[in-house]
Design a protein around this ligand. Structure first.
Ligand SMILES: [Zn+2]
Ligand SMILES: [Zn+2]
Length: 588
């Protein structure tokens, strides 16, 4: 991608359409007489950096080969003829006023700018030249931040993908057909389209509120009239939910804390607790995103928010949602999709904040922070905060609120922990495993369905064989992350086609079956931490028609994670009981 470097009023500037700059400055009575052309945005950026820091002498520097391979700048004297005519500049400026509300709040590659405009702009001429000229007006007015999509300025430790903030280790060196030189692209956010050093990334902050068009104000009025509906929704919350909802509302009303943790037990109904806070932000013309690491959660949440906020424009964003380039006051998205937003949201609700891949992925976390306005706030929802957060929460360093009871008011089922010596050998040799027999007998007696969790893919088939030997009457199926028929099998399990599902942790979150019971085989396996054990056990007793059930942890020995998970479950039950929020106690 061609980029230009020129000097004006003692500064060095990078441009995507030099003729626009020349005309712009000429209107201000300043003549730009020389520019240097590069075949890569990153190269122009590097040269500017070097010139500004005085690392390169001004005269003769363009004859020096480009330091990191590729071509050096080319000296192009700019005659007056190269400048845009005044009328053309005016036209570009008018178009920019039209485009800015459509592009505002985004962080986009050039190809993505084109796609947004193709969908949302009524005009027709979307030639490359026009797009570049109009965007360049935005750059000159300070309303667009122009960057190279991959930053290669300074030492390699400073290199990064500007879109996802991945560092040098995720940047791939390549001989690039676009710029004809040695170039870098980002491997981390490749799924969203290739972010390359030679291409621009355009970060376009949201126009200030008063500049936004009046359509939004109208939407705001509509919402105000529907506000009562949402608040009536708050009335149907349980006392524990209401405490959390009120805390979240106070959090957004005060606007002082950057983060609030909503620590809700599995099956607490945590989405509903955010409605009051979300509604408050929307009512003051703010923008809200609900982000989650998982696509299936996006699909599940969207109808619930659409139901609760019928007058609000809601868009659903994930790789296959087909709404990627649309805009809404409320955005429900995967955390990946938030990488395409820039300083837009007043509130981001991050659901399942500890789930893969978000928790250990710096780049996604940085993406969420960047999608927030500078004064924006985050609401973290999880049943299983990492230990460091739990500690910070208890010490009062991380503001938060617990919801220790499920929506139906029954306690979390506490696990029966049984130790079986040589457990896996018994599975392989199809010997009797007393605890498992008891568990399956119970499930059959109550006409329920069973999850049998195993540590890995290789454990699935042996357990199925064990089942066919010891409980041949049970209809059992096995699934794992690599199973192509996984979705169908899970659906069949939900429909009651199977009594028993042998599964790896792929199902630890999300899938809800009403009369479900849980056995975890090899509960002492190192793959399972406190969070996984709590999540898997949380599959049991979620519905109000079957609020309790059996949870068995079958292990060869006691493990630290098991005792942490057990403590976690018991502490929540105790807190619920102390608050008088339990309808019945299991008596165990
Ligand atoms: Zn990236
Ligand atoms: Zn390139």
């Amino acid at each position: 991608m061609t980029a230009w470097l020129y000097r004006v009023e003692g500064r060095w500037c990078v441009s995507l359409a030099l003729e626009t700059d020349v005309a712009y400055w000429r209107e201000k009575g300043v003549d730009v007489t020389e520019g240097w052309r590069y075949r890569s945005v990153a190269q122009a950026m590097c040269e500017r950096e070097a010139l500004e820091k005085g690392k390169r002498r001004e005269r003769g520097w363009m004859h020096v080969g480009f330091a990191r391979g590729g071509v050096g700048g080319e000296n192009v004297p700019v005659g007056l003829g190269a400048a845009m005519e005044r009328g053309s500049l005016k036209k570009s400026a008018e178009l920019w006023r039209e485009w800015r509300p459509l592009l505002g709040g985004r962080s986009l590659l050039l190809s993505e700018v084109r796609r947004v405009l193709a969908i949302r702009w009524k005009g027709d001429d979307l030639s490359q030249q026009r797009i570049l000229r109009v965007l360049q007006v935005g750059v000159l007015k300070g309303e667009v931040f122009l960057r190279s999509a991959v930053r290669t300025i300074g030492g390699q430790a400073n290199w990064r993908c500007e879109r996802c903030h991945a560092g040098r280790s995720r940047l791939v060196q390549t001989a690039c057909a676009r710029c004809g030189g040695t170039c870098y692209y980002c491997d981390e956010c490749l799924l969203l389209g290739r972010s390359r050093a030679c291409e621009p990334l355009l970060q376009i902050p949201m126009p200030a509120r008063e500049e936004e068009n009046t359509v939004q104000e109208a939407a705001g009025r509509e919402r105000a009239s529907s506000r009562n509906g949402t608040q009536a929704g708050t009335m149907s919350l349980t006392p524990a939910q209401r405490r959390a909802a009120e805390r979240a509302l106070a959090f957004v009303r005060d606007g002082k804390e950057p983060v609030l943790l909503l620590w809700a037990v599995t099956g607490a109904g945590k989405t509903e607790m955010t409605f009051a806070a979300v509604s408050h932000v929307l009512n003051r013309q703010g923008r809200v995103a609900v982000a989650t690491p998982r696509k299936d959660v996006v699909n599940e949440l969207t109808p619930r928010f659409r139901h609760a906020f019928p007058a609000v424009r809601i868009v659903k964003l994930h790789g296959e949602s087909g709404e990627t380039w649309l805009d809404g006051e409320l955005v429900i998205a995967t955390t990946h999709q938030l990488l395409r937003w820039y300083r837009t949201f007043d509130l981001i609700v991050v659901d399942e904040v500890d789930a893969f891949p978000y928790r250990h992925n710096e780049s996604l976390q940085a993406g969420v922070r960047r999608a927030l306005k500078e004064t924006g706030q985050q609401l973290w929802l999880t049943a299983t905060p990492p230990r460091s957060w739990q500690t910070a929460f208890r010490q009062g360093k991380l503001p938060g609120v617990t919801i220790p009871v499920r929506h139906h008011g029954h306690p979390l089922p506490e696990p029966y922990i049984t130790l079986e010596r040589r457990l896996w050998e018994k599975v392989l040799k199809k010997r009797q495993i007393t605890a498992l027999d008891q568990f399956l007998a119970h499930v059959q007696r109550v006409g329920g369905q069973a999850y049998l969790f195993v540590p890995s893919l290789s454990h699935v088939t042996p357990v199925l064989h064990w089942l066919s030997a010891h409980a041949p009457e049970l209809r059992a199926a096995g699934v794992s992350s690599r199973d192509r028929e996984r979705e169908k099998k899970v659906q069949d399990f939900r429909d009651g086609e199977y009594d028993c599902l042998v599964t790896t942790t792929v199902l630890e979150r999300g899938v809800t079956v009403s009369n479900a019971h849980v056995a975890i085989l090899q509960a002492d396996h190192p793959i399972w931490d406190e969070a996984a054990l709590v999540q898997m056990s949380g599959r049991c007793g979620r519905s109000s028609s079957f609020p309790s059930g059996h949870v068995f942890w079958i292990a060869q020995e006691a493990s630290r994670e098991q005792s942490r998970a057990l403590k976690h479950i018991r502490r929540m039950n105790r807190e619920a009981w102390e608050n008088g929020w339990l309808k019945a106690k299991d008596g165990r």
